[in-house]
Design a protein around this ligand. Structure first.
Ligand SMILES: Cc1cc2nc3c(=O)[nH]c(=O)nc-3n(C[C@H](O)[C@H](O)[C@H](O)COP(=O)(O)OP(=O)(O)OC[C@H]3O[C@@H](n4cnc5c(N)ncnc54)[C@H](O)[C@@H]3O)c2cc1C
Length: 542
């Protein structure tokens, strides 16, 4: 028998046209090639580069990534050579003729049409910014030796973070010389010798102004800042203009609507990345999420769908994100407390401040963790701030949310342990233990937000040492160090006069023990979640 060996003719090669040559678009192109050797794949990118690491830009700005070219992962030539892709930079898609299945392309002075069988849109956002409020830029500029003023309309930095964690970052910024102005907006920027440029009343307007000389930025509180460079951050807006013009369906947020396969309302057009709506895993809301991970995974899924392969259904998005702020790391996954409140989702919040590894091993750093649980124990969201170990915990917690895990599951997670790496009871286990205690009423708790109510209607029992108490305490708080509590229950009863006893210590551990003693002795007692550390972060003026 004669073997039927190639070369095979390229019959009916599918024409795949991709708009946007960075995260989502290039992932789709590479995957499409891997699953269909014969497809004609054309990537159209309006900019000068494709497949560049925009997430690395802040680190180039700071000088940590010295060579700009290190951010360029591929060139059109390398992509032609390795993946047989037709990559055209400086080619902007200006229109889509859905009936004829052709895109209009502008390249320099030339305009031409390109037919497609499948069109994939990955145009990103109109003004892309880092997922967590541009702080990376502040750090990078400070690292370059520049004096940086950070003006933020919200009353905290990093608004996606819970309010009790954000002050840790504000302190870190201040410690590195950043002049932080919270709760104010930039009103005008006045270049030397010209009229003011109105900024629309909010710092989150988009512009990058480089002036040859000094400019003056006037803030809403009347203060003025002299600057040579003004970077004004913008809220991300999906780049959906092309889709709008083509009559594709958009969601209420203005992002492109897609199904679980990334297919738009046109069966021949797919869309991915910052430009599309996703389902939030906790609230179920349809929102755009501008993160590199989802964009890359969506590109892969879209390519599989285009090439007729089995696709995994699009997973709802957790918005897992991480940012470095000088020596601190801040990270988040799932829903934060504000989102849960807005969505009307019942939850219990727990705060812990353990070491990132065994305390007796040198170099243990405190990790500040906050997690929210549904009444049935399901983990809904988590956040962390610290100098070490935050990335590991947030990724475990993101995986736990994706797996639908509960407080019981976290308590039982078997995680790698040796003293330099963790603790026999890892901080993630601890979150589970604390949440179990809260959910089954072993440890009723009160929150830092409840401070006014607690001071007005309950006895505040401070079980820290006398020296800790002397360094700062709540007005009217009764101080009984926790080791003396069993001998001084009469004093507690006398002071409480039948009121609830709101107990606290520094981090919540000693006050948990004290709360258990009080509950066992018939008191109505509750423990402050996260202790004095969380209270001080929430009420910095205490
Ligand atoms: C400085 C910076 C730092 C970031 N850091 C992180 C991080 O640390 N972690 C993280 O998860 N995410 C980060 N992001 C966000 C992440 O990069 C984006 O979410 C991701 O790149 C989105 O992928 P995309 O394919 O949708 O869009 P993009 O990667 O932005 O690609 C869109 C491309 O489409 C091109 N385009 C648009 N319209 C047309 C048209 N009509 N014709 C031709 N081409 C067109 C654009 O020029 C652009 O190159 C960062 C973003 C920036 C800018």
């Amino acid at each position: 028998m004669t073997a039927n060996i190639g070369p095979f003719p390229k019959q009916d090669a599918m024409r795949i046209v991709i708009v946007g040559g960075v995260a989502g678009g290039m992932s789709a192109a590479a995957r499409a090639r891997r699953v269909d050797e014969h497809a004609e794949i054309t990537v159209l990118e309006q900019g000068a580069y494709v497949s560049f690491a925009n997430c690395g830009l802040p680190y180039h700005l700071s000088g940590e990534i010295a060579q700009r070219d290190d951010l360029l992962l591929h060139t059109p030539d390398s992509l032609a050579e390795s993946l047989n892709l037709d990559v055209r930079t400086g080619h902007r898609v200006t229109g889509i003729d859905r009936n004829a299945q052709k895109v209009t392309i502008q390249s320099g002075d030339d305009t031409y049409l390109l037919p497609y069988d499948a069109l994939l849109l990955s145009p990103g956002a109109v003004a892309v910014r880092p997922p967590i409020e541009g702080l990376e830029a502040v750090e990078a500029l400070t690292a370059r030796g520049l004096q940086v003023h950070l003006v933020e309309l919200a009353d905290q930095v990093l608004p996606p973070l819970d309010a009790e964690l954000a002050p840790l970052l504000a302190d870190e910024l201040a410690a590195h010389g950043v002049d932080l102005r919270l709760g104010v907006s930039a009103q005008t920027v006045t270049p030397a010798g010209t009229m003011p440029v109105t900024m629309g009343g909010a710092i989150r307007e988009s512009a990058k102004v480089r002036s040859p000389g000094a400019v003056t930025v006037t803030l809403s509180d009347g203060a003025t800042l002299a600057a040579d460079l003004v970077i004004v951050n913008v809220g991300v807006r999906p780049a959906s203009a092309l889709a709008v013009e083509a009559g594709l369906e958009l969601g209420p947020t203005g992002a492109i609507q897609v199904d679980g396969d990334q297919r738009t309302s046109d069966p021949h057009i797919w869309a991915v990345g910052d430009a599309v709506e996703v389902t939030h895993a906790i609230t179920g809301a349809r929102i755009p999420v501008s993160l590199a991970g989802p964009a890359n995974r969506q590109g892969r899924r879209a390519a599989d769908s285009i090439c007729g392969r089995r696709t995994t259904p699009q997973a709802a998005v957790l918005g897992t994100a991480i940012v470095r702020v000088f020596g601190l790391t801040a990270a988040t996954t799932g829903a934060n407390q504000a989102t849960l409140r807005r969505a009307g989702i019942a939850h219990e919040v727990v705060h812990i401040h353990p070491g990132h590894h065994a305390g007796y091993y040198p170099g243990s750093e405190q990790v500040h963790l906050v997690a929210s649980f549904a009444p049935d124990g399901t983990l809904l969201g988590a956040q962390g701030v610290g100098r070490a170990g935050v990335d590991k915990r947030i990724d475990i917690l993101a995986t736990a949310i994706r797996a639908g895990m509960s407080a019981d599951d976290l308590a039982e997670l078997e995680l790698a342990y040796a003293p330099p790496y963790g603790s026999a009871k890892d901080p993630v286990n601890m979150l589970g233990f604390v949440a179990q205690n809260v959910l089954d009423a072993t440890m009723p708790q009160w929150q830092a937000q409840d401070l006014d109510e607690a001071m007005a209607t309950t006895l505040i029992l401070d079980v820290r040492s006398r020296s800790e108490y002397a360094e700062g305490h709540l007005a009217g708080a009764l101080n009984i160090p926790h080791l003396e509590l069993r001998q001084k229950l009469d004093k507690v009863a006398e002071s409480a006069c039948g009121r609830t006893v709101s107990v606290h210590c520094t981090s919540g551990v000693r006050s948990y023990l004290a709360t258990r003693v009080l509950l066992s002795e018939g008191f109505d007692a509750r423990n402050l979640s996260g202790g004095w550390l969380t209270l001080k972060a929430f009420h910095p003026n205490l």
